[in-house]
Design a protein around this ligand. Structure first.
Ligand code: HEM
Length: 464
């Protein structure tokens, strides 16, 4: 069955971003099944019963001051008493949960689920993740108090809090939140035409057509539960900012002594990038690792220096593109470029709703103390297996999309190991300079796979 698209039935953070300054994720355990069902029913009642109302995708121009959304893990659906006949219609990767999928996701070594701190060290107890978005901490506190006021339904296991940096910057100093899939059905005045094909709704909502002709992702049953829902990979990703900056330092120094350096950065070209040749090489390496200069300029459009004048969204990867095949954004979204699995072009697109956590790193005052900082990422798509996992495994970590990167990991987020890692910097002649010894810059510190039910599905669960 196809769903009738009704933005008011879809949770609000899926198809459009709220663009609030702060986020708080509450990891919750269902303490009492009946009280939790009442809580869910009240959260969609449209009446002020104290419990925050779930924000819908139909907020138009009147965006609420604070927004509130929920996701349920498989254990959460079980704890609510969802019938077994329905539970077994959910996809395997969701049933198993994120920690059981560690190998596929590169969650090994220091990133392994056994090393995750509380509450992610006991994933079976995480039933529901409630997320609050607002501009002020006081608003987050107030919504949290209301969500937990009925002391019977839910037990708070832990929280994670994030805060936007100016200009959509994230740790490592890049500008993020530039590319998101767009949908014909969603009017979002803040999104511009980016030259990429519109994503069919079925990329991110269950019950609609996908890029694959005639194919839809299987909707968990009954339809009242599955339609208009989607899945989310919530990830707590710690970023080693000091390690990243030190790597750029070392690499710039090595490159200065490399006989091919003048082809990489012609004499005099550094003036358009930074105040010294070494500083320009640092930035050039950072840009190549990501596929964008730190200000967001795509290398595909401006490979020699950042250019604030280019349209940061409209580009593709032609055969002669100067964006490295292995760069983060090219690996995650090869756009129309040639890849081994051509059928997968544009099919693995994810909605990303992330925010940094921890204090911003100030290069003028390098803090060697162990201050944790990173990204609270939500990677949303209708199929965890075919989108988030396929991207993480085949593209970010195995590099199966192009023989020229096969056997290497994503330079920014991949499960790199200094002994074996490599990354090729392209030169104009077609030759490359191979960088080696990239450490792992991003470690997983927790997460969960959640199902983001529609408003009708939340009511369905509330009435079980
Ligand atoms: C801390 C970890 C990460 C950092 C610092 C990071 C950083 C970035 C930056 C700076 C961009 C460019 C901005 C934009 O195009 O909107 C980007 C794009 C993107 N990232 Fe990441 N990222 C991280 C983790 C991930 C992970 C784990 C995935 C997927 C599994 C991912 C998927 C994407 C996708 C799909 C894009 C858009 C590419 C495009 O459509 O052109 N990122 N990321």
């Amino acid at each position: 069955m196809s769903a009738e698209f009704d933005a008011a039935d879809v949770q609000g953070n899926i198809l459009r971003g709220y663009r609030k300054l702060r986020v708080r994720h509450l990891m919750l355990e269902i303490a009492d099944r009946i009280a939790a069902r009442r809580w869910l029913a009240a959260s969609t009642s449209g009446r002020d019963e104290g419990i925050p109302q779930i924000t819908r995708g139909s907020w138009g121009d009147a965006k609420p001051d604070s927004c509130f959304n929920i996701g349920l893990t498989y254990e959460g659906l079980q704890a609510l008493g969802t019938p077994g006949s329905s539970l077994k219609t959910f996809p395997n990767e969701f049933i198993q949960g994120m920690s059981a999928r560690a190998l596929k996701l590169g969650d090994v070594g220091k990133s392994a689920p056994e090393k995750w701190p509380s509450p992610f060290d006991d994933p079976r107890r995480i039933h529901l993740i409630a997320t609050i978005y607002a501009d002020e901490v006081a608003q987050l506190d107030q919504v949290q108090r209301r969500a937990l006021a009925d002391g019977n339904a839910l037990r708070l296991l832990g929280t994670r809090e994030g805060c936007c940096f100016p200009d959509d910057q994230v740790h490592f100093g890049y500008r993020d939140n530039i590319t998101q899939p767009r949908f014909a059905e969603v009017h979002d005045p803040q999104r511009y035409d980016d030259g990429q094909p519109m994503a069919p709704l079925g990329t991110v909502l269950l019950g609609y057509s996908t890029n694959f002709e005639g194919l839809k992702w299987r909707v968990p049953q009954p339809d009242a539960l599955g339609l208009n829902g989607t899945f989310n990979a919530f990830r707590v990703l710690e970023q080693d900012v000091v390690g990243f900056e030190e790597y750029l330092d070392r690499t710039a120094t090595d490159l200065l002594a490399n006989p091919q350096v003048d082809e990489l950065l012609p004499r005099g070209a550094e003036a358009k990038i930074a105040s010294s040749r070494r500083a320009a090489l640092r930035e050039l390496v950072a840009a190549n690792l990501c596929g964008r200069w730190r200000d967001g300029t795509p290398l595909a459009l401006s490979a020699d220096a950042p250019d604030p004048g280019v349209d940061r969204t409209k580009f593709d990867y032609a055969d002669d593109s100067r964006c490295p095949y292995g760069a983060h954004i090219r690996r995650c979204n090869p756009r129309g470029g040639q890849i081994v699995q051509r059928v997968a072009n544009n099919s693995r697109r994810l909605v990303r709703r992330g925010m940094p956590y921890g204090p911003a790193y100030d290069p003028e005052k390098p803090d060697r103390a162990k201050i944790e900082r990173g990204l609270l990422g939500n990677f949303i798509g209708a199929s965890l297996g075919a989108q988030f996992e396929a991207m993480s495994c085949d593209w970010l970590n195995l590099g199966l999309q192009d023989p020229r990167v096969t056997g290497s990991n994503d330079p920014i987020v991949g499960a790199n190991d200094t002994e074996t890692s490599w990354f090729d910097l392209p030169l104009k002649s077609g030759a490359t300079i191979r960088l080696r010894g990239l450490p792992r810059f991003v470690h997983t510190r927790g997460g969960a796979y959640t199902f983001l039910p529609s408003l009708s599905a939340i009511r369905f669960l509330g009435a079980l």
